[in-house]
Ligand binder design. Structure first.
Ligand SMILES: NC(=O)c1ccc[n+]([C@@H]2O[C@H](COP(=O)([O-])OP(=O)(O)OC[C@H]3O[C@@H](n4cnc5c(N)ncnc54)[C@H](OP(=O)(O)O)[C@@H]3O)[C@@H](O)[C@H]2O)c1
Length: 345
């Protein structure tokens, strides 16, 4: 059976039934597949999962140059298109990494992602982190790069203007941010010519970020949620003893039993019904099918949504320690916890 016929035979959902979010340019499926394999999933496995996921109905894929697998994922997109999936039917995100924030570098990085992903244009291109601090892959979370420094709004605006230029060139359809805070977003909205269409941020039942979520909604910025299942497969170096486990939470487990699904499905139903767009990663065909099906049927009741709203533990998993500068106190310095930016003096 060729991939096209196989798709029709195996589709987990009717693609028309997938909820969508309206962005300035285009409609984004309200669930995407994450493609960061970290160090436990090979690039080949991730690319194969993209193909398998598209076969059952996924159309939205969250990529980034720093995931180092865009070339292989591009091969999967090419195969899909050879088999009749139109480019316009796909929604592809990518992100500029911290070491390519200078204007010429943004353009170069974007073009490289387009070429690697074989996709002609990117639907949503994000500034991956709002600063240039860079670290080598797999470095220790204690390491501090001598070039790293606190947030610099002048630098951020230089990068953002380069992002705006990508829109004008037609290389990308929408531009956005990731890992932002309210005070940083205030400054960006004050100074940008084009406001971010979307912000990608860590979001799961134990880390609901209600203030930033509400802020984005009020400003008309769509919200994508990363680590929507609480990233149960993240590497040891990204774990601390204080981290809690969403899919073992008794509220989530009880609701999962009532719906006869895995707790992961409850995290995703909650996300989509709350109004953000989760991007779960999976290379297991049974899991990525469950995840897609979860958001198209058997919604949570209002009481269940309210119960999940009560289990927020403000438990940030991706703390970003590797982006700290030499005299930083701790990872909290990255997140403007008291409402003011830890800025470059
Ligand atoms: N913007 C940023 O700075 C940023 C940061 C982090 C992540 N992201 C994006 O967010 C995506 C998702 O984040 P993540 O991968 O860290 O966390 P996640 O999606 O919360 O969790 C992924 C893990 O959950 C497992 N899983 C998936 N579906 C499952 C199911 N139905 N039942 C049981 N287990 C399931 C997967 O294992 P199996 O493969 O075995 O299913 C994998 O180990 C990334 O891939 C990336 O695209 C963005």
């Amino acid at each position: 059976m060729d991939t096209k016929n196989q798709s029709q035979a195996q589709a987990a959902v009717n693609i028309q039934d997938l909820p969508h979010r309206s962005l300035p340019q285009g409609k984004m499926p309200a669930i995407g597949m994450g493609t960061f394999g970290s160090d436990h999933v090979s690039h080949e496995q991730m690319a194969e999962a993209v193909l398998g996921a598209a076969d059952i109905g996924y159309r939205h894929f969250d990529c980034a140059e720093v995931y180092a697998n865009e070339d292989l994922i591009g091969e999967s997109f090419k195969e899909l298109m050879r088999n009749g999936v139109k480019r316009e039917a796909l929604w592809i995100n990518s992100k500029v990494w911290n070491d390519h924030h200078k204007p010429g570098d943004v353009l170069e990085a974007c073009q490289r992602s387009i070429d690697n992903l074989c996709c002609d244009y990117i639907d949503l291109y994000l500034v991956h982190w709002p600063f240039r601090n860079f670290h080598p892959p797999h470095c220790s979370v204690e390491s501090r790069s001598p070039d790293s420094h606190p947030y610099d709004h002048g630098e951020m605006m230089e990068t953002w203007e380069a992002m705006e230029a990508l829109l004008e060139k037609g290389l990308v359809r929408n531009i956005g941010t990731s890992n932002m805070t309210i005070p940083k977003m205030d400054l960006l909205l004050r100074d940008a010519s084009v406001k971010p269409a979307a912000n990608e941020m860590e979001l799961h039942p134990h880390f609901q970020q209600p203030e930033l979520f509400d802020y984005c909604r009020q400003k008309g910025i769509e919200v994508l949620g990363y680590c929507p299942l609480g990233s149960p497969g993240r590497p040891e170096r990204d774990r601390t003893p204080q981290d809690s486990v969403d899919i073992e939470d008794s509220v989530i487990v009880t609701i999962a039993k009532a719906h006869a699904v895995h707790p992961a499905a409850i995290c995703l139903k909650w996300a989509v019904q709350r109004g953000h767009t989760p991007i779960p990663m999976s290379v297991n065909p049974r899991n990525y099918r469950v995840n897609l099906e979860a958001v198209t049927k058997d919604p949570l009741t209002e009481d269940e949504m309210n119960a999940i709203a009560q289990i927020d533990k403000a438990c940030r998993l991706i703390k970003g320690q590797v982006f700290l500068w030499e005299d930083a106190v701790g990872w909290e310095d990255l997140w403007d916890m008291d409402g003011t930016i830890t800025a470059r003096s």
